[in-house]
Design a protein around this ligand. Structure first.
Ligand code: SF4
Length: 235
């Protein structure tokens, strides 16, 4: 990746929203690779942004709030981002992360529990702030329903997150892309053209390998590890 005059631009910091992403995707982000966002995804992002602002405004009115859009930064790890909100809960700070999903994904989450990507982002906030607990709020863009999940600090998850961030940092510093982590996520990835020659190749690879097997493996080997974080549904 070269800037004006042929100089390589410094990699971006690691965004917490990439905590549960494919390592190759996260590294592309740090190296400023473009994204191909289709119209439907762009509309969903705009709608998500609108709901996000409404949610934060409701929190502000509700009281017990410490901050919205709280900056979080770790220079040693090269991580920077903003937490949606932090509030007082039972005398302690609690991080709140808000996500919107389409109706189909919402039904899946209701049945199976939160997405690894969402939990990983919140778990990273807990690791960096040392707050003990966070709440993940997932809202359906189709029905306005929402689900809430409590996420507690968990050492194995923190080790996993830090290992992934370091691998991504190393790859970005060397300006190389890690190996693909083929999974169903590839079907909705907006940088998939960097991984497959065409749609057919992408679909064939995903059909052969639909499950995500990150390196190092998720704690406990699967999304079941989320249970081990003390996660529980509160509504
Ligand atoms: S297409 Fe798949 S392997 Fe490639 S960056 Fe996206 S999620 Fe990762």
């Amino acid at each position: 990746m070269r800037g004006k005059g042929g100089t390589k631009r410094a990699p971006r910091t690691f965004s917490p929203s990439l905590a549960g992403a494919c390592l190759r995707y996260a590294t592309m982000d740090r190296l400023r690779f473009g994204r191909q966002i289709d119209q439907a995804s762009r509309a969903a992002m705009q709608e998500g942004g609108r709901r996000h602002r409404r949610f934060q405004a409701e929190l502000v009115q509700g009281g017990d709030l410490i901050a919205v859009e709280q900056v979080i930064k770790d220079d040693a790890l090269g991580v920077s981002g903003r937490m949606d909100a932090v509030r007082w809960f039972n005398g302690r700070p609690q991080v709140i992360e808000f996500k919107t999903v389409d109706g189909e994904r919402f039904a899946w989450i209701r049945q199976h529990g939160p997405l690894v990507a969402h939990v990983a982002q919140l778990a990273l906030y807990l690791a960096l702030t040392h707050y003990e607990q966070g709440v993940l709020v997932v809202e359906s863009r189709a029905s306005d329903e929402h689900l809430e999940f409590v996420v507690s600090r968990h050492q194995e998850w923190e080790n996993w997150l830090l290992a992934r961030i370091r691998l991504s940092e190393e790859a970005a510093r060397e300006h190389r892309l890690p190996a693909r982590e083929v999974s169903l996520n590839c079907l909705s990835c907006d940088r998939w053209q960097r991984c497959f020659t065409d749609q057919a190749a992408r679909e064939a690879a995903v059909a052969e390998h639909p499950g995500w097997e990150p390196e190092p493996p998720l704690p406990g080997g699967s999304g079941d590890a989320i249970e081990a974080m003390g996660q529980g549904r509160i509504s």
